[in-house]
Write a protein that binds this ligand. Sequence first.
Ligand code: GLY
Ligand code: MN
Ligand code: MN
Length: 462
Amino acid sequence: MFPAKIHSDRRAKLRAELSTGLVLFPGNRDAAFNYPANTYSFRQDSSFLYFFGLDHPDLAGVIDLDNGTDSIFGNDVDIDDIIWMGKQPTIKDQAALAGVGNSAPLKELALLILEAQSKGRKVHYLPPYRGETILQLSDLLDIHPSKVRAGASEELIKGVIKLRMVKEEAEIAEIEKMVDVAWRMHTTGMKMAKPGIVEQEIAGVIEGIALSYAGPVSFPVILSINGQTLHNHYHGNTLVKERMMVIDAGCESADLHYASDITRTVPVGGKFSQRQKEIYQVVLNANLAATAAVKPGVPFREIHLLAAAEIVKGLKALGIMKGDVQEAVSKGAHTLFFPHGLGHPLGLDVHDLEGLGENLVGYDNEVTRSKEFGLAFLRFGRKLQKGFVMTIEPGIYFIPELIDIWKKENKLPEFINYDKVESYKDFGGIRIEDDILVTDTGARVLGKPIPKTVEEIEKLMS
Ligand code: GLY
Ligand code: MN
Ligand code: MN
């Protein structure tokens, strides 16, 4: 874990954002996989990690905004546990590692909350996302489980978003290390992309690389020759020469849990056909133009729309789209090919902070979320700030079912050459995703460069 001072500084900054009451951070518990004693690999809650850093189940952290104390609650293990798990640090010692002076058994947490509530003190907590935590909060706060999420503190949510969005040097270094592991995952996957191999063989190897050099993958590996399905977790296809293979994968560090999230798309066999090269170059141009446009103060929605314009421009040159580029973007014509958002924050969560509410993370009074198809999927639209880490992930997809619907409705025919689009229904999809840091003046692409141009990819795969 990070040194104690990093965590105590973060807690001090959080205090400065909040008014009065208790702040309760329930850590995660073990969750049963297929029977109680066979659990999923333990993953600590990201906000608990951020403020307390302790990577063990069944802990809770409390910040008292009124008397200035911080506490860790948890139960010391007994000899039965030690027989199975080995010697464990005491709760007191764990608390000290987080710079927390007070520790107590979990039953005292219940008394503390009861007492606070009886005095009418506010208990702030973040919206829980696991059933176990909902039930724990339901017990502690004496409210029905169905009411727990709605009782989350918006003041706390906003404070946590404000702090976690701006990454410290140590966090950036950690994310960058995870991009370097993703370099190994992706370059290995690219070299394996030969006709006749089954997707699962590659997916298994790259997930193994994550586990060997870091921790688990940061989300289930997306690896498919059917890249037109955005989050395709089916790995049963055999690679064929005519298709491109999308790999969207990253990992998180074993101890600190910062994530990477990278996408590359390569031609099976290593050589782009003319048609693949043309579409690929359009996506690459969108990726590069978007990255070049990043700087503090620019709304991410503007950068998303710039990437969309680059896509329309490129597809127009290929005869797939037509008409005025800006008008096409404002009417949403590009969403037939680029239906998702340009990117999202990245950090302790691969979609960082998403569980606290996408609109509170990604939108504000200045930039509100669109309801239009395509733009509505943009998870983050507000102005960028120095220290934000974001993904930049434009794509072009030929989704046969979506094309059929638009064509049948004759949607936006002034911008789309449906006859030409028909001939691309067997193409699949391309996405190119990098992880970037917003700097003083622009963007820095994080980590060891992963082959991205046509030439770099063909060279690596030859
Ligand atoms: N890994 C899913 C995404 O790129 O958002
Ligand atoms: Mn991704
Ligand atoms: Mn992503």
